[in-house]
Ligand binder design. Structure first.
Ligand SMILES: [Fe+2]
Ligand SMILES: [Fe+2]
Length: 195
């Protein structure tokens, strides 16, 4: 079940970026740090493109599609997760707009950006929790060996290169860029600057 390992690893990468972004907004709130808009932009680009183009399509098109067939009782949970994939995309637009307003409007727009970051992080953590604690155990229980072969092939990019290793390399590069831009203790970039 390579697919489960891949999903959980992808959740950890996303969670790391969400934690990093929360850390940065809380430092701005508590210590008046100078915002690094370049870094926020890279983080939001990552949490937009990585789930949208890479992570959720694999879940929807392969894992959850087969689970729905094998275990009809999973339908309410899978409906909810599918809706959250759509809602998540809308919430990212809100986050992007809040960042643009903060960048243009300065301090007066910070509270709105902080709220958007906290709201998105909470939403996505709860989504990943439901997947890991509810959907994945059901998949392990009800899917057949042949199902897993098809799902693993998709997750390894054998059925669609856009969902496999080559595409992952691009996201890994972006993740590394974020780590190199982010200040300690969340990244390897320059020390934070006070405003
Ligand atoms: Fe998901
Ligand atoms: Fe997921």
């Amino acid at each position: 079940m390579e697919a489960i390992r891949i999903i959980v690893n992808e959740h950890r990468a996303l969670a790391a970026v969400l934690h990093g972004m929360l850390y940065l907004v809380h430092e701005i709130r508590d210590h008046d740090d100078k915002p690094d808009f370049n870094l926020f932009g890279a983080m939001i680009y990552y949490i937009d493109s990585f789930p949208e183009r890479f992570h959720h399509p694999k879940e929807d098109q392969y894992l959850y599609r087969l689970l729905r067939v094998r275990q009809p009782e999973a339908a309410p949970l899978l409906d909810r997760l599918k809706t959250e994939h759509r809602v998540g995309a809308e919430k990212i637009r809100t986050l992007e707009q809040a960042l643009a307003r903060y960048q243009q409007g300065g301090r007066a727009e910070f509270a709105n950006f902080l709220a958007a970051v906290e709201s998105y992080a909470t939403f996505h953590w709860e989504h990943m929790r439901a997947e890991e604690q509810e959907a994945l155990p059901m998949a392990e229980k009800y899917l057949s060996v042949a199902d897993w072969e098809a799902i693993d092939a998709a997750f390894l990019g054998h059925s669609d290169p856009m969902l496999g290793t080559d595409a992952r390399t691009e996201f890994d590069k972006l993740f590394t860029r974020i780590v190199n831009l982010a200040p300690p203790p969340i990244g390897l970039g320059p020390e934070r600057q006070r405003a």
